[in-house]
Design a protein around this ligand. Structure first.
Ligand code: PDD
Length: 275
């Protein structure tokens, strides 16, 4: 943890020096939201979109946040870290309560915490596991409360998998820490936005960019059967970019590693953001 630059309530220090109260509501209730904001060659990828999503998450929980201060602080963190390729983790909690109570004190001051780390953005090929989506009904809020994801992803890890693809009664939702896309020879498919998935920034960028390149994209409701028939499947996130799924545990698939639509989508994303 040494030499990782962090910021806590506006004060910069190395990550290992930061002290947090155990009565932070981030700690007692996961009463907090976060962003993971990537930067490549010191260029922040989709900064305004990340800030807008953070503001939305804060508003959903009625945090009174000064979003301009936060966005300036994130830029300062990246500049001061001198990291070329990496990401910012940035968390906003409701604050520190004197008494642990579900019903919070209305006069709390927001608590903020962030740090910058290096990241390589190298391509990944994943073995994934299908699992029932165990999560709550507001997955559109980027909350730090991620126990469903943590349980499913660690179960997958213990079975030799790298990620999960979650479903609710066979309807595909998303990955454990990513959105999902799949394709046949004509079209790219991805679950439509709803309260059951996070509105991923990478998802949004990719949809916009591949549509511009003439690739057909359909956002809708898709089942495990639709997924199994796909010729390529990939997951998207700010840290993974596009990560190709090469195997689904316990399933026979039609995955072609060099499937043209996937290769094209991956190339478009890399050309636009990772050069
Ligand atoms: N996670 N869905 C979930 C559940 C996620 O946790 C993430 C990202 C995404 C993709 O969102 P985006 O493209 O905006 O990164 C979708 C981050 C990277 C994390 O928790 O580390």
């Amino acid at each position: 943890m040494k030499n990782i630059l962090a910021v806590y309530n506006g004060s910069f220090d190395s990550l290992d020096k930061i002290k947090v109260s155990p009565l932070s509501r981030a700690y007692t209730f996961s009463d907090s939201v976060y962003e993971v904001i990537p930067f490549y060659n010191s260029n922040i990828i989709a900064f305004d979109d990340h800030i807008a999503r953070l503001e939305k998450s804060c508003n959903a929980l009625s945090f009174s946040t000064r979003i301009l201060d936060i966005s300036n602080e994130i830029i300062e963190l990246i500049t001061k870290s001198k990291i070329q390729h990496g990401y910012i983790y940035y968390q906003v909690s409701r604050g520190i309560d004197n008494l642990r109570s579900h019903m919070f004190d209305k006069d709390l001051s927001i608590e903020t915490f962030g740090y910058a780390v290096e990241h390589t953005f190298k391509s990944q090929s994943l073995k994934v596991m299908l699992c029932e989506d165990l999560r709550w009904q507001r997955c559109d809020i980027k909350s730090t409360s991620l126990l469903g994801n943590v349980m499913s992803m660690n179960n997958a890890k213990n079975l030799g998998c790298d990620e999960v693809i979650m479903h609710k009664d066979s309807i595909i939702t998303e990955g454990g820490a990513s959105n999902i896309f799949f394709a046949n020879d004509e079209c790219v498919f991805t679950p439509h936005l709803s309260k059951n998935i996070l509105p991923g920034i990478t998802r949004e960028l990719l949809i916009k960019d591949i549509k511009k390149a003439g690739i057909k994209v359909l956002e809708g409701i898709f089942t495990i059967d639709d997924l199994i028939k796909a010729k390529s499947i990939w997951l998207t996130s700010s840290t993974k970019g596009l990560a190709q799924v090469i195997e689904i545990d316990n399933q026979e698939t039609n995955i072609q590693i060099d499937h043209e639509i996937f290769v094209q989508c991956d190339r478009i994303f890399k050309d636009n953001y990772l050069t």
